[in-house]
Design a protein around this ligand. Structure first.
Ligand code: FES
Length: 348
């Protein structure tokens, strides 16, 4: 069993119950969770699972958001990415009845249960955590607006579902390569959002804004909302991909080694970090400690831990909020120590 932040998670093997084609390069995968495991798979809309896949002798770990509402059969949606080893396998080779090794749900991107009016903004496969929120919000009759960006109707995942009548939700499509009646033309950005909110000014008074997609979309939407006076506390986001940043220069550090005390599942381990290890996570795992991780890009938050002694340099972060950083949380896959003594806990 492993822990991330305050969320304990475990890995289980479960069977693929159903595979449904969504677009020419995306599928929805329903998983069969046996009755005795069901309590392990309670989750809040927006959270994700980690998948561990062994292909040609290599083990890969990837995060996929749940797209069902709580209480419905567990489903993931996967879009094939250029060069994506795991996504290609899942879209083209996975079969009903196969076993998949999945973690229990994790993640701090979550629909706030007290919100009554929410705006969901996503692009491409960033729709998956928003779909879970949308389905949950439909059951709860939340006032919802979904803004969904794609190239064209043909490349839009869950097109039919979003176009069926829903009394509590407004769905607005943005297409970058297709002119469609009643839809916006162009990517979701400050310019197209300005047109949208001119038509629907009430959506500037929502209690929560939930954004998921590529980094460029999230950054431009966040910047636009903040110019409209919406405080950052009302804006929640999850990046589906990090921008390509060369961290090589940032990894250079003033110190070349650090003595770390690592707390995981109540146990304490002494680990030496050396500058040749690059990140803290690499040092920790090299010592055989089963610290949690998934993307290793500062996006998924799986490797989150809390520093209680010493200091670090966090060089890439797309998962932690300002408040979490102030409280001492770090992403161990994106950190090097800046003090010779460090204490860090994965249990908080
Ligand atoms: S492993 Fe994903 S943020 Fe560190």
């Amino acid at each position: 069993m492993q822990q991330t932040g305050s969320h304990t998670f475990s890995f289980f093997e479960v069977q693929v119950a159903r595979i449904r084609s969504l677009t020419p390069d995306a599928v929805e995968i329903a998983l069969h969770i046996p009755g005795e495991l069901k309590p392990h798979f309670d989750f809040v809309p927006g959270q994700h699972l980690m998948l561990e896949v062994c292909l040609d002798g290599n083990t890969y770990r990837r995060s996929y958001s749940l797209c069902n509402a709580p209480g419905e059969p567990l489903t993931l949606a996967v879009k094939r990415m250029p060069g994506g080893i795991v996504s290609n396998f899942l879209v083209t080779r996975l079969k009903v009845g196969d076993l998949l090794r999945i973690s229990t749900p994790v993640g701090s991107f979550r629909l706030d249960a007290v919100h009554k009016h929410v705006v969901l903004i996503g692009a491409g496969s960033g729709i998956t955590p928003l779909l879970s929120m949308f389905r949950n919000g439909t059951h709860r009759r939340l006032k919802m607006s979904l803004l969904y960006g794609n190239q064209s109707p043909e490349s839009t995942m869950f097109w039919d579902e979003f176009n069926s009548f829903n009394p509590s939700a407004r769905v607005t499509h943005f297409f970058s390569q297709a002119h469609e009646t009643g839809c916006f033309f162009g990517r979701i950005n400050g310019e197209t959002l300005s047109s949208y909110f001119t038509s629907y000014p009430e959506d500037l008074r929502a209690e929560g804004y939930y954004l998921c997609g590529p980094s460029g979309m999230i950054d431009s939407v966040r910047a636009y909302l903040e110019t409209q006076g919406i405080s950052s506390k009302r804006i929640h986001s999850e990046y589906f991909s990090a921008p390509e940043v060369d961290n090589a220069g940032l990894v250079k550090n003033e110190i070349s080694k650090s003595q770390m005390c690592v707390i995981l599942e109540g146990d304490r381990y002494e680990v030496q970090w050396h500058s040749s290890d690059a990140t803290m996570l690499e040092s920790i795992r090299k010592d055989g400690i089963n610290a949690p991780f998934s993307c290793k890009k500062g996006v998924c938050g799986s490797c989150r831990a809390k520093v209680s002694k010493g200091s670090v340099n966090l060089f890439s972060n797309y998962a932690l909020t300002e408040e979490e950083i102030q409280e001492g949380y770090i992403l161990t896959c994106q950190c090097v120590p800046t003090s010779e003594i460090l204490e860090v806990s994965f249990d908080e």
